[in-house]
Design a protein around this ligand. Structure first.
Ligand code: KG4
Ligand code: ZN
Length: 341
């Protein structure tokens, strides 16, 4: 067993909000001792998206094994764990419940305090893991399958949402367009890959602006434009280029994400900018933001792709900062599918 100081804070983190069953041990907030992810992607692929009932059942089957692996790889026994952090929401209610029930059961049996964590706070906190010098305040773009938010991170665990999507989340648009052009699920990584072979200027898809709030997003227009383009091709009996559609769609989404983000960073007067969530692993988005930030003297932070998509290490980091602020959850902790940040 590894030696840790008595003052070390060791968090066992659990994440089951969607289709990854994940557990991790995080030391003192930023040192990941283990990060085990069982991805259910293969199980959901044939249905073209996540089937909530299947996700919950698989979480139940896998959760104990994933937690045991996380503890074993970290070389830590339950008696050394300071607190258990668990994703409380938002997410699929049945999936969240598995993690929450598991955390409460272990916490109760072993007498370990519990901390409920917001999934998006987890995504944002993924940035702290590999960037030891990153501290709030900064602006963060959160783009995942369920969310597209521009967030001012005032302090650890203190967030102000300044922009949000009016309709589809960025990742949702990637998934829907991927399905429409025959790439299947999960759409984001497939569009990312296929786009490398395509011309991003081939088709002019719209870049939507939301009149009432310059930081808000809308992605349903670009999605509809892609569907209309595909229909028009079919009507004319023309083949469409999968790679050109993918690249042009991706460029339209990336342009808007980059423009809104940099506008917010400058308007709020910050010199640090971070990205988070599954879409943050998109290579074109990362490249564009790196270039733009470098050109404008803004320090740019992004987690490595494995820490962008769902994982428990990010929940451990967010949970650590909640824990040291004195936050504790009771045994009445519940899954909240639409939990507010
Ligand atoms: O954060 P995440 O793993 O789960 C949620 O909390 O939603 O994000 C999943 C989303 C999916 O919509 C997926 O298509 C998208 O992130 N995604 C990507 C990429 N990798 C994952 N989107 C664009 N490019 C990628 N490379
Ligand atoms: Zn997520």
């Amino acid at each position: 067993m590894e030696q840790h100081n008595r003052e070390d804070v060791l968090i066992l983190a659990i994440e089951t909000s969607c289709d990854e069953t994940a557990a991790s041990v995080v030391k003192n907030g930023r040192e990941v001792l283990s990060n085990i992810i069982f991805t259910q992607i293969a199980l959901h692929t044939k249905y073209g998206g996540v089937v909530p009932e299947i996700a919950s059942r698989k979480h139940i089957e896998k959760i104990n094994q994933v937690i045991e692996e996380a503890l074993a790889e970290a070389g830590v026994g339950l008696e050394q764990i300071t607190a258990i952090a668990v994703t409380q929401g938002p997410g699929l209610v049945g999936a969240l419940l598995v993690g929450v029930a598991e955390a409460k059961a272990i916490g109760f049996a072993a007498g370990i305090p519990l901390v409920g964590v917001h999934h998006i706070s987890g995504h944002i906190s993924a940035n702290y893991i590999e960037h030891r010098d990153l501290e709030p305040p900064f602006v963060c773009l959160v783009a995942s399958g369920g969310h597209s938010h521009l967030v001012v991170v005032r302090d650890y665990g203190e967030y102000e949402i300044i922009g949000r999507t009016r309709d589809d989340a960025a990742g949702e648009a990637f998934d829907k367009v991927a399905r429409a052009i025959g790439l299947g699920y999960p759409g984001g990584p497939k569009i990312d890959r296929v786009s490398r072979e395509g011309n991003p200027e081939a088709i002019a898809f719209p870049r939507a602006k939301v009149a009432e709030n310059e930081y808000d997003f809308s992605f349903s227009g670009v999605k509809s434009a892609v569907l209309n383009y595909l229909n028009a091709c079919r009507m004319k009996g023309e083949e469409f280029s999968q790679a050109d559609v993918a690249a042009s769609f991706q460029k339209a989404v990336v342009d808007v994400l980059v423009e809104h983000s940099l506008h917010a960073v400058k308007a709020y007067g910050f010199d640090k900018f971070a990205i988070a969530g599954g879409v943050a692993s998109n290579s074109s988005l990362r490249g564009a933001l790196e270039r733009e930030c470098a050109g404008q003297g803004i320090r740019f932070f992004c987690p490595s792709p494995l820490l962008c998509t769902d994982n428990a290490a990010m929940i451990g980091t967010a949970g650590y900062y909640e824990f040291i602020r004195g936050v504790r959850s009771g045994y009445d902790l519940n899954a909240v599918p639409n939990l507010k940040l």
